[in-house]
Design a binder for this molecule. Sequence first.
Ligand code: ATP
Ligand code: MG
Length: 229
Amino acid sequence: MLELANVNSGYGETQVLHGMSFTARQGRVLAILGRNGAGKSTTLKTVMGLLPTQKGSILLDGMSMATTPHAIANSGIAYVPETRDIFPSLSVRENLELTARRFSGDWTLDRVLALFPRLGERLDNGGTQLSGGEQQMLAIARALLMNPRLLILDEPTEGLAPIIVQLIHDKLQELKDAGLSMILVEQNFGFATSLADDVVVVGKGQIVWEGSANEIRADDAIQHRWLGV
Ligand SMILES: Nc1ncnc2c1ncn2[C@@H]1O[C@H](COP(=O)(O)OP(=O)(O)OP(=O)(O)O)[C@@H](O)[C@H]1O
Ligand SMILES: [Mg+2]
């Protein structure tokens, strides 16, 4: 459904992506792996229109993708950035309602609270009063309220305790089983490859390996060469 072909992008004079190409398929989970600084987050920011595509193309269902973050969200792509971007001065309820108001579909406030009951207990708490895990749940809940066709997550487990990582894993597995397409950037190899169907490895702004999650899980040499695990 989402296809990058020979995409160059970066920050001002600094080019970070050098011919980035991969395809994320409908109803599947694609994991984007790679070492620190490889260009994973830059790839997602470029897809989301937060950085300009300097060369190459990004296609959604075969058509040129919208280029502004607003239009990209309206085309059915929801993005949970590394920074989670919760509004700290708003309560959990306000954070959720702000998004629920703008989009319609199967995902409602009640349904995201059923997925994350913990958020239901925190509705009147401010964004800053939440633990890291609760902030991540809120960020995912908010993304689901956009009723996306494709959910993109940048390091959802970063900084979280193992028990919360397990919870996030189970929730994402539930979403996958319900047929949601996802792109998952992760440093946590086990987490990513147990959820993913397909894997691409980024090194220095381009794809250096691609294959199935099962293949890379079984191949220590590839893991060592490209990920240092
Ligand atoms: N705002 C920025 N301005 C200039 N260079 C940047 C900026 N953000 C990232 N970079 C550079 O772009 C390169 C790729 O960074 P990116 O954040 O995409 O890596 P990453 O693969 O997501 O790494 P990590 O696993 O640490 O999150 C790095 O060399 C980084 O220093
Ligand atoms: Mg990153």
